[in-house]
Ligand binder design. Structure first.
Ligand code: ADP
Ligand code: MG
Length: 327
């Protein structure tokens, strides 16, 4: 579980006053635990809604997984350096948006990081720095500009043979956005998609009050240091304490710096607030790589995006519109 715990106050007692209730269900989807909650008056409608949201997430996993043989993403990877692959408009658009975020973050976020992904195991065990020659030979296969998109033909071509793409840093966010959209289109008035702490909300709690989250400082005995009312629909945290590696006693995150092929260090968690979970997810990963100064500098340029970081000495850093008081 993430050490930045995001806690919700589900005030169910207020349901006595209103016919609306909160219906929730947890399941393992995309290798993560998803908790989906909907506000509804009718139990059957709520259950059907939860099932539809789950179906949507399963559908997305089949599209973007590089582990599922025969997925569009696997086909793109298998044809790296060989041929352009025709894909659905949905995947094409997702890759296009990923490329735009790479440009925005000067390449810190890059789905083609996956060319070096196989060199690292993030299971908490002590590992060794990969051989520099192997790293050098692998990082030449990273580069968002080497992903050739042809909109007319709806094709994706990874220009080099050693290239791979992976949606680990954006997939859960995209799935959360899509699941929310499916529910909103169905007329569900409020809810939360919580993908292991990557959150997407809409509407209000059954009692009409805003959804609130509390963020816990992982360096400080899990103490909640702040409560927020959600003004941004999506809140995403990057920095999973269970996925890290140690080299010579130093702890490295599972987020890879595409410039070096080496995992980023310095930030232990980065929470990004945005309108969409997909963008929040990608930016949280990018800020990790960029580091606190450059990362917050970028966030402060972007309208309606905020971030809170905790560095490896436990210090909290925040973007300009966030005020926090540690209690
Ligand atoms: P979390 O797993 O804590 O939610 P992220 O959303 O940041 O964190 O996703 C991390 C995952 O993103 C990694 O496991 C890997 O699959 C992928 N990834 C690692 N480095 C990068 C990068 N620089 N750009 C894009 N994706 C990355
Ligand atoms: Mg991310």
């Amino acid at each position: 579980m993430k050490k930045i715990l995001v806690l919700f106050s589900f005030v169910l007692s207020s349901c006595i006053l209103s016919a609306q209730q909160l219906y929730s269900e947890s399941s393992i989807l995309m290798g993560s635990s998803f908790n989906i909650s909907v506000v509804a008056e009718d139990e059957e409608f709520a259950k059907e809604s939860l099932a539809l949201a789950k179906e949507e997430i399963v559908r997305i996993e089949k599209l973007i997984s590089s582990w599922i043989q025969g997925s569009e993403t696997s086909k793109i990877n298998q044809n790296a350096g060989v041929a352009a692959v025709k894909v659905s408009k949905e995947l094409f658009d997702l890759i296009y948006r990923a490329q735009q975020i790479s440009k925005l973050t000067s390449g810190a976020f890059d789905i083609s990081f996956a060319a070096v992904g196989k060199l690292w195991e993030f299971d908490g065990r002590e590992s060794q720095m990969p051989d520099q020659e192997i790293l050098n030979a692998s990082i030449v296969n990273i580069g968002h500009h080497l992903i050739e998109l042809n909109e007319e033909a709806s094709t994706v071509f990874l220009l080099k043979k050693g290239m791979r793409i992976g949606f680990g840093a954006i997939g859960k966010g995209y799935a959360a956005d899509r699941a929310k959209q499916v529910l909103v289109e169905r007329g569900v008035v409020g809810g939360i998609i919580n993908a292991s702490g990557d959150m997407n909300t809409w509407g209000t709690k059954p009692d009409g009050s805003s959804w609130t989250i509390g963020i816990v400082n992982p360096m400080n005995n899990k103490k909640v240091f702040s409560w927020f009312s959600l003004e941004h629909d999506a809140v995403v945290t990057s920095g999973d304490y269970e996925k890290f590696t140690q080299i010579n006693g130093e702890r490295y995150s599972h987020i890879i710096d595409p410039r070096t092929g080496i995992p980023a260090k310095g930030i232990v968690s980065c929470t990004v607030f945005a309108g969409k979970a997909e963008l929040a997810d990608a930016l949280a990963t990018a800020v990790f790589v960029m580091g606190k100064e450059a990362g917050l500098f970028l966030i402060n340029q972007l309208p309606n995006i905020e971030a809170i970081l905790i560095d490896d000495s436990g210090m909290i850093h925040r973007s300009k519109n966030i005020e926090i008081e540690e209690n």
